[in-house]
Ligand binder design. Structure first.
Ligand SMILES: NC(=O)CCC(=O)C(=O)O
Length: 259
């Protein structure tokens, strides 16, 4: 299975420009032979949270239209990073996953809001998990700060996820945490982790990429540089079972002790 990580810059508060960029990047990724394309967090507006009433995607309609059109046309699955959405009277940080038939198979609102970037003042947290299946493989998606909650990722893995996707806008000043936590989540859950961060700046933060693809034994298959990139990485899914046989943590868990 080939995944394409689309590490890009995001125009602050400018959905029109970002939609044009993302369409172009998706077309580039498809031409490289990827099966699944992965986008970063809040790619439509960036963290222009004070203007969400003007710029958030109402009911996700624009995003869903673009992703379903492209996935069908290019016959490719898209893990749509996330976009700011307005649903009813509230705003969310929402991931859409679309399969190669153009069907929306998952919609997830970020569960853990990140106070350092003011999300709790502007957004509502989601309350549901994000599990989906592509080409018969169970997968899960979380968003950025969710990464700091190992129990959240574990609960997706216990439900069968073999690949965890992590779209992000993770600032450069904490990039060491990002890299270490991603690797730890892959090792402790013996699964693939595919994580896509952005590059560039907004008025409050700068971002230096370091998107990563990590195998279930913890090998780093790819780390992005500090520049826009579309990178295709091949995952060998049989490695998951091999690693789980070598060190059978899922058999050795003592769940009754953890309550
Ligand atoms: N967009 C985010 O959730 C950022 C999370 C982050 O930077 C962190 O340190 O955690």
């Amino acid at each position: 299975m080939k995944v394409a990580c689309v590490q890009l810059d995001i125009a602050f508060g400018n959905p029109k420009e970002n939609f044009i960029t993302v369409e172009k990047k998706i077309r580039d990724a498809a031409s490289l032979g990827a099966d699944i394309i992965v986008l970063p967090e809040m790619w439509n507006t960036g963290y222009d949270l004070t203007r969400l009433a003007e710029i958030a995607d109402v009911e996700g309609e624009d995003t869903k239209r673009l992703l379903t059109k492209l996935s069908k046309e290019l016959s490719i699955h898209i893990v749509g990073g996330s976009v700011s959405t307005k649903k009813g009277d509230n705003f969310f940080n929402t991931m859409y996953v679309v399969n190669s038939l153009g069907e929306i198979i998952a919609e997830y609102d970020k569960a853990h809001l990140f106070k350092l970037m003011d999300e709790h003042h502007y957004l509502e947290a989601g309350n549901g998990k994000n599990l989906f299946s592509l080409d018969g493989i169970e997968m899960g998606g979380i968003i950025c700060y969710d990464l700091r909650f190992p129990e959240w990722i574990r609960s997706h893995v216990l439900d069968g996820a073999k690949i965890i996707f992590v779209p992000a806008q993770w600032p450069d000043k904490r990039i060491d945490h990002w890299k270490i936590l991603l690797q730890a989540r892959a090792i402790e859950n013996q699964c693939y982790v595919v994580a896509v961060n952005r590059v560039g700046k907004d008025p409050n933060n700068s971002f230096n990429g370091n998107s990563m693809v990590i195998a279930p034994w913890g090998e780093i298959l790819w780390t992005g540089e500090n520049e826009e990139t579309v990178k295709v990485v091949e995952l060998t899914l049989s490695e998951i079972e091999e690693v789980r046989k070598r060190i059978p943590i899922f058999q050795d868990r003592r769940e009754t002790l953890y309550k």
